[in-house]
Design a protein around this ligand. Structure first.
Ligand code: COI
Length: 356
């Protein structure tokens, strides 16, 4: 028996009337999952409560020093009505990795999966039915101590909110255009780049908004030291198909270890493709492009799923139109097979799907 308490809302909201109009992350369900941490007591009081504003002391540490971590995951509705999670244990393992780096006490990963399932049973009618829609889940932890000294907190909230979503990019599965960022950096080895913490994303906003002004979808980050090696796109890991081989930047501390990235690598291995995780420089990519060997580029992420990259602009140095600006066969197959597993349309040979 779970120790989770449940308080249902008296004011359920209307569900989206037209799921085809769902965007990303601007609509929230009726409830949230919460849990408290107090030093000496550990994590306690797990509860499902009506969704609503938090009362935070204006001195709460998360508001000043960004002691925060988060995750992104999705619940999918299968045609037979089952609700499925995709590798949720991986998300909570990564949350604990982020926790460790941000000096936040770890959560019990198995218990979190169980709580999440209970939360989803309460919110089951919010998991949308239409093709390519899902319920995005955002677990996060914030330090709430009212304290302005720079130390780690002794009191935290763990919260999960949920949002019915469509595609992250307005382009959907159409190729996105990406700007290679040369002025700003996102992260360096030894920093927090491998974690999901707010600071990584706030540090990316300036570059993102400048790129949007130039009509790019997102930026491709280069390493923060030599400014040559490809790292990741703001919300995705990246892959390139060069002369038949799939190459993706290795995880060396400054890049997020995406669960979709890991799953894409495992899928491509199962097809017999050669996938190499290594450093790859923007110069090497441009040379491969000039030699006609850059066959495909795509990004992977929970929110973005598989997103083909059709255009990659490296300032005025090089403008690359990849695969004729169209989705390539590897990206298409990855999208088809991954989403078939996520939405339960096919047998899951990997044991990734977890029924709620
Ligand atoms: C996700 O893919 O879940 C992410 O965390 C990206 C997000 C920042 C939109």
């Amino acid at each position: 028996m779970s120790d989770l308490t449940i308080q249902l809302t008296d004011h359920p909201k209307a569900k989206p009337a037209d799921e085809s109009k769902l965007k990303f992350g601007d609509l929230f369900t009726d409830h949230m999952l919460m849990m408290d941490y107090d030093e000496g007591q550990g994590w306690h009081d797990a509860r499902i409560v009506p969704y609503g504003p938090l009362a935070l002391d204006p001195a709460a540490m998360c508001l000043h020093y960004g002691q925060e971590v988060f995750e992104g995951m999705k619940a999918y509705r299968a045609e037979d009505g089952r609700i499925l999670l995709f590798r949720p244990e991986q998300n909570f393992a990564r949350l604990n990795l982020s926790n460790d780096r941000l000096c936040i006490p770890p959560v019990d990963e198995d218990k979190m999966v169980e709580y999440l399932k209970e939360f989803l049973r309460v919110e089951k009618d919010w998991v949308p039915h239409s093709k390519d829609t899902s319920l995005y889940l955002r677990p996060f932890i914030i330090a709430i101590d009212p304290h302005l000294g720079v130390h780690s907190g002794k009191h935290y909230y763990f919260i999960v909110i949920a949002s019915p979503v469509g595609a992250y990019y307005p382009e959907g599965l159409n190729p996105v255009s990406i700007y290679v960022e040369t002025k700003y950096v996102r992260s360096v080895r030894g920093g927090t780049g491998f974690t999901k913490t707010a600071g990584n994303y706030s540090a990316s906003l300036k570059a993102q908004s400048e790129a949007e002004e130039k009509h790019y979808t997102q930026v491709l980050w280069l390493d923060g030291v030599e400014r040559r090696y490809i790292e990741e796109v703001g919300t995705m890991n990246v892959f390139f198909k060069i002369d038949g081989e799939i190459i993706t930047p290795s995880l060396d501390g400054s890049i997020l270890g995406g669960i979709t990235r890991k799953s894409a690598i495992e899928l491509m291995h199962s097809w017999g493709l050669k996938v190499t995780e290594r450093r790859i420089s923007i110069d090497e990519l441009a040379e491969a492009y000039d030699a006609g060997k850059l066959e495909e580029a795509f990004g992977t992420g929970t929110a973005a799923v598989i997103s083909p990259i059709g255009f990659l602009d490296w300032g005025d140095t090089k403008k690359m139109e990849i695969g004729g600006g169209k989705i390539g066969p590897v990206s298409q197959r990855l999208y088809d097979e991954l989403t078939a597993i996520q939405w339960g349309r096919t047998k899951d040979p990997f044991g990734w799907s977890v029924e709620v």
